[in-house]
Design a protein around this ligand. Structure first.
Ligand SMILES: *Cc1c(COP(=O)(O)O)cnc(C)c1O
Length: 399
């Protein structure tokens, strides 16, 4: 029997009962916003006064989720023109737009909307300036910095070497001077060094290095950055043995770093941007058992869902070794495991496995399986048209 990962502590029998009130429609994602609210309150209590929390909406771009977030956090970070439209429709006030390969139409939409563009290259800067000039609107421009360090232990490293993301730190001062000279409204720095880290010490070290880098760049430029976006990187435990990140420890270290920051950052504001930490644990993916079969001594629960909705749980979204996401029989959530089964999807590929030889209470045709940690990089990060099945329904509850 292989471990089925850790079920996030936010999920108890009562919460599961509320969420599975929607289980007559499967496959579906259910997101409980009450969990998001609790997590944000916990993070705010941990972070130093005045450090903003931004939501990186690519983690879960469901319009209802983004609208709920607008009322809860201090900014929405978007990564495409499509996400920008969703954020604006949700009534977002503070929006910033990062991401490589922004087209002119996307730059223009951002400039017209008056949101902050996090520039990823010199070329993008030139195009943004000329769109601003042409439209008679002063563009609000920040520079995304490709730092000269990476977040240690990060699931996805995004700094320290050559990268399609951001402007290499050593070239940033010259670019910012050019933006200011061209009359742009310079908004500061965006420094993102990695994602899905579970080591509070490594995250705190990275934040300290990020503040130091911002100070070094600002001193070279000779201007105080209005905002320093410190990036994110706080991960969530997906697999057996992993532990939640100690956000209090991170907040304390960041508080110390900010109290003793360089004078050039004295009037700067600070923010962190998070996706999966905010929403990953609030979501479950519900899928119904269509067939129960034995094959050469193994039991398979064949479900009406699969990797076309929840690619990450199948182990095919940025993981090297396939490990089980936490999984349960929704209607027997509090029951002890009695058998070892593999939960598979309905796609005709051996990759479509949601749980590999996991211990579960007995489940049969018609029972609903819940796969946890489905709130981030689920529905929108899966190949939903693969094999022509219907998309999963999505429900936001607890708003
Ligand atoms: C994807 C992304 C995030 C969110 O990452 P998570 O691991 O979901 O927290 C934050 N910032 C930027 C720039 C991103 O591209």
């Amino acid at each position: 029997m292989k471990p089925s990962g850790n079920i996030p502590g936010w999920w108890n029998a009562e919460r599961m009962a509320d969420a599975t009130a929607h289980s007559d429609v499967t496959p579906s994602f259910v997101y409980d916003f009450a969990i998001v609210r609790e997590k944000v309150a916990m993070l705010r209590a941990a972070l130093p006064e005045g450090v903003g929390i931004h939501y990186a909406m690519k983690a879960n771009p469901l319009p209802a989720m983004v609208a709920a977030m607008v009322g809860l956090v201090d900014g929405i970070d978007v990564a495409s023109g499509g996400e920008l439209a969703v954020a604006l429709a949700a009534g977002a006030g503070h929006v910033s737009f990062a991401g490589p390969g922004k087209r002119d139409a996307e730059l223009e939409a951002a400039i017209v909307a008056g949101i902050t563009l996090n520039l990823e290259s010199d070329n993008e800067a030139t195009r943004a300036l000329s769109i601003g000039e042409r439209s008679g609107i002063t563009p609000r421009l920040a520079v995304r910095v490709n730092p000269d360090f990476a977040l240690k232990g990060s699931g996805m490293k995004m700094g320290g070497g050559a990268a399609p993301f951001g402007v290499d730190a050593e070239r940033v001062p010259e670019l910012v001077k050019r933006l200011i000279a061209a009359g742009a409204d310079w908004q500061g720095f965006h420094i993102f060094a990695g994602s899905q880290a579970l080591d509070a010490g490594a995250i705190a070290d990275t934040q300290a290095a990020t503040v130091a880098l911002a100070a070094r760049l600002a001193n070279e430029i000779g201007v105080t950055p209005p905002l320093v976006n410190l990036g994110g990187g706080i991960g969530i435990p997906y697999f057996a043995g992993e532990k939640p990140v100690d956000v209090e420890a991170i907040g304390q270290r960041l508080g110390d770093v900010l109290v003793s920051r360089a004078p050039v950052l004295g009037d700067s504001e600070f923010a962190i941007e998070l996706g999966r930490w905010l929403v990953g644990e609030c979501g479950i993916y519900l899928t119904r058992v269509v067939d129960r079969k034995e094959s050469r001594g193994e039991t398979f629960l064949v479900t009406d869902g699969g990797l076309h909705h929840q690619l990450a749980a199948s182990g095919n979204f940025g993981t090297v070794v396939r490990r089980n996401y936490p999984i349960a029989v929704a209607s027997r959530f509090t029951s002890e495991p009695t058998e070892t089964v593999s939960v598979v999807g309905c796609l005709c590929t051996p990759l479509d496995r949601l749980g590999d030889q996991v211990g579960l209470p007995h489940a049969d045709v018609g029972d609903v399986i819940a796969v946890f940690l489905a709130g981030a990089y689920g529905a929108s990060a899966s190949p939903s048209s693969f094999l022509g099945h219907s998309p999963a329904s999505e429900y936001l509850i607890g708003v």
